[in-house]
Design a protein around this ligand. Structure first.
Ligand SMILES: *Cc1c(COP(=O)(O)O)cnc(C)c1O
Length: 485
């Protein structure tokens, strides 16, 4: 196997601090005592606290070693499709830690939070401009939460019209959160299949759209990394029957400054600030999933809303048709600052360029790997491309085997087995922040793995071999998790 940078070297084992501790070791020194000594909580509990005795070097090495077991965008390429794991410039994090922002209490009165409110007000406007919509709420804490909020707005819209509907159309390429959000709001998801080109056809939607359908929920670009070219005509069909169009905007990284969703018939959409607008994510958050709407849905947006009155920013609650609050306080404030900083440092031209490069990188990988791996849809893609294990099946090598082996070559695996419409899917999203050299290395690694699959398939079955943790028994890991270490 060809050695690649950063995959060899010391991976140091580390035990639990409790196993490391040795009675009498100490990692600090205190000033000389000038009061009576008194045992800490022995009198209260009858026994001392269960802390190990450790030296400073024990503690520093413990956490430094643990940090080296981690992998993130700061370590290397992380081509996890649908997740937009791009590098987030450090300046955005620095702005979020400015004391005035970082120490602001969410219950401060508006008169003492003018800077924070102004930032939120302007961010709402930028996001509305980028999406081509009229108004924004920043409250939702993630994409799925944005979906829930957006569907609640659709629900409120139909309720006000006096005729609630029972269904929402969701394509077979949708992220699992889409039908879940639909169901949580009391609607029944109606499946519509995408066509041979991997997108929705006008006819398929026309067939299921009726006057008991509240709307359609479409991810665009979709989870196959393909642009839904028929969106505008589909929107016309849905609107003609009184329905609304929801766009899952999680993949906005492909079309910033290029497509204004509001102009192609979208009524409501969410964005994933943590994906598209520069917040390191994964591992549970924090995220932010603002929802942008057309003016017909604005009255239903969550409260409080940040508005401008005579040059001052205030939190306004007086929206009687609002769906109410969807988050504690104002949402994920720190993520908003990073997005604001990202948008301001990039400017309109560079946001557009970022999307163009994200699309270019994905198409480069698609073209260079399509002779090696089976390409599910052989046509220009947007920010990600989807391969499968079709060609390796005969040799009994699976998508999982290849994904695990990629770790031996120093890359985080792509998204696997999603979207569900591609059997054994391998979904690669390089993002705009990877250089050509890094992408070439990834391509070479994949080619080498496919070669191994032909010559020595067994080698792949127990990959990864060079990582800290080897092939896991996934069933046992789910059934009997070991949480101790
Ligand atoms: C990531 C994603 C979501 C969910 O967003 P979260 O922030 O993880 O809740 C929804 N739809 C699509 C297409 C996504 O890629």
């Amino acid at each position: 196997m060809k050695e690649s940078v950063g995959t060899t070297g010391l991976i140091l084992n580390e035990s639990l601090l409790w196993e490391k501790g040795k009675k009498g070791r100490c990692g600090f020194s205190l000033p000389r005592r000038d009061v009576e000594s008194c045992p800490l909580d022995q009198e209260l509990t009858g026994k001392g606290p269960d802390f190990p005795d450790l030296s400073e070097v024990d503690v520093v090495r413990h956490y430094t070693r643990l940090s080296q077991w981690n992998f993130g965008v700061d370590t290397g390429m992380y081509p996890l499709g649908s997740c937009t794991m791009k590098y987030s410039p450090k300046t955005n994090g620095r702005q979020a830690s400015l004391p005035g922002f970082a120490t602001a209490h969410p219950l401060l009165p508006a008169s003492l939070s003018q800077g924070a409110l102004k930032m939120m007000f302007e961010l709402e406007q930028y996001l509305a401009e980028i999406t081509g919509m009229d108004a924004t709420t920043l409250q939702p804490a993630a994409g799925a939460h944005g979906e829930l909020t957006g569907i609640l707005l659709i629900y409120a819209f139909h309720k006000k019209k006096g005729a609630q509907r029972s269904k929402i159309i969701v394509p077979d390429t949708a992220h699992g959160t889409n039908p879940a959000s639909v169901a949580l709001c009391g609607y029944r998801p109606v499946l519509v299949r995408s066509n041979k080109q991997g997108i929705l056809s006008v006819e398929a939607v026309a067939e299921v759209m009726d006057e008991d359908t509240a709307g359609i929920m479409v991810t665009n670009p979709n989870t196959l990394g393909l642009f839904e070219e028929n969106s505008q005509k589909i929107a016309e069909i849905v609107h003609a029957k009184g329905g609304l169009v929801y766009c899952d905007g999680a993949n906005m990284n492909a079309v910033m400054g290029i497509v204004q969703m509001g102009k192609i018939g979208v009524d409501v959409m969410h964005l994933n600030l943590h994906k598209t607008f520069s917040t390191p994510h994964g591992g549970g958050g924090p995220g932010s999933g603002p929802v942008c709407v057309k003016s017909e849905l604005e009255p239903f947006l969550p409260v409080p809303r940040v508005i401008e009155e005579n040059g001052r920013y205030v939190l306004a609650e007086d929206y009687p048709e609002s769906v109410g609050k969807v988050a504690a306080f104002h949402g994920s404030f720190g993520v908003m600052i990073k997005a604001y900083s990202y948008i301001r440092t990039m400017g309109p031209k560079n946001l557009k360029k970022a999307s163009q490069l994200a699309v270019l990188n994905a198409n480069y990988i698609k073209e260079r790997l399509k002779g090696t791996l089976h390409l599910a849809y052989d046509r220009p893609c947007m920010h990600e491309c989807v391969f499968s294990d079709e060609h390796q099946k005969a040799g009994k090598v699976t998508t999982l085997d290849m994904a695990k082996r990629l770790m031996d070559y120093g890359f985080h695996p792509p998204t696997v087995y999603f979207p569900l419409v591609v059997d054994g899917a391998i979904m690669v999203e390089p993002t705009e922040t990877e250089s050509k050299e890094e992408i070439d290395q990834f391509i070479e690694a994949f080619k080498a793995i496919v070669n191994e699959a032909r010559q020595d398939p067994d080698r792949l079955h127990d990959a990864p071999k060079r990582c800290k943790v080897k092939r896991l028994d996934e069933v046992a890991a789910a059934r009997k998790p070991c949480l101790a270490g």
